[in-house]
Write a protein of this length. Structure first.
Length: 203
């Protein structure tokens, strides 16, 4: 029975206990949120539940020129997060798993109207994997992106730059906030199922 002493005292990792919220406080189930550029940082309380220890896809739609580069979107900060960007004409992702860094390298980005996506799967036990997809064509290979992100970062979603404390210090040292020089149409986050070992996934 929910809320019983056994529920309150049962074991589990600190992360599991942190995420094992009562139903009225749980993150939304599968959902789709659209965000527009040229605004303030979207607060972490909005973004974190959409990607926290669950499957998700983040898609940026943009118009790209031959000399354009920069950040398409960034979530989080130096504590943890992810940033999708175009550098030297190539789509790239830095994933900061609370100090464990992974880099995904995608294809070169042609001129014109483009769509770039990060697809992420939460596998359980805080493990995850991701891949990049450009224009819904052949995706890159799945690569490890662990541990899964939760609410441990302080900054939310930036579109077209990476404000304040950056996700990737190396990228910041090369380019600063790395404002994208093309035109970003929107960024869409589609939330999927929770990691299979979360109580939310069990209903």
């Amino acid at each position: 029975m929910a809320g019983s002493p056994c529920d309150i005292l049962r074991g589990g990792t600190p992360a599991e206990k942190f995420l094992d919220l009562p139903p009225h406080q749980r993150p939304p189930a599968e959902s789709r949120w659209r965000f527009l550029p040229n605004g303030q940082t979207v607060h972490r309380s909005v973004v974190a539940p959409l990607i926290g220890n669950r499957n998700f896809t983040i898609v940026a739609r943009f118009r790209h020129g031959a000399s354009d580069g920069g950040v398409l979107f960034a979530i989080g900060d130096v504590t943890g997060g992810l940033v999708l960007y175009i550098e030297d004409g190539v789509l790239r992702l830095t994933y900061n798993g609370f100090g464990r860094f992974h880099t995904l390298v995608g294809p070169p980005v042609p001129e014109g109207e483009r769509s770039a996506a990060l697809e992420f799967e939460a596998l359980g036990r805080r493990r995850g994997r991701g891949r990049l997809v450009l224009d819904s064509l052949d995706p890159s290979e799945w690569d490890e992106l662990s541990p899964t992100l939760m609410g441990g970062f302080h900054e939310g979603l930036d579109i077209g730059l990476d404000r304040r404390a950056p996700v990737d210090w190396g990228l910041w040292e090369r380019h600063g906030i790395f404002r994208y020089r093309g035109t970003i149409r929107d960024v869409v986050i589609e939330s999927g199922p929770f990691a299979p070992d979360m109580s939310f996934a069990r209903g």
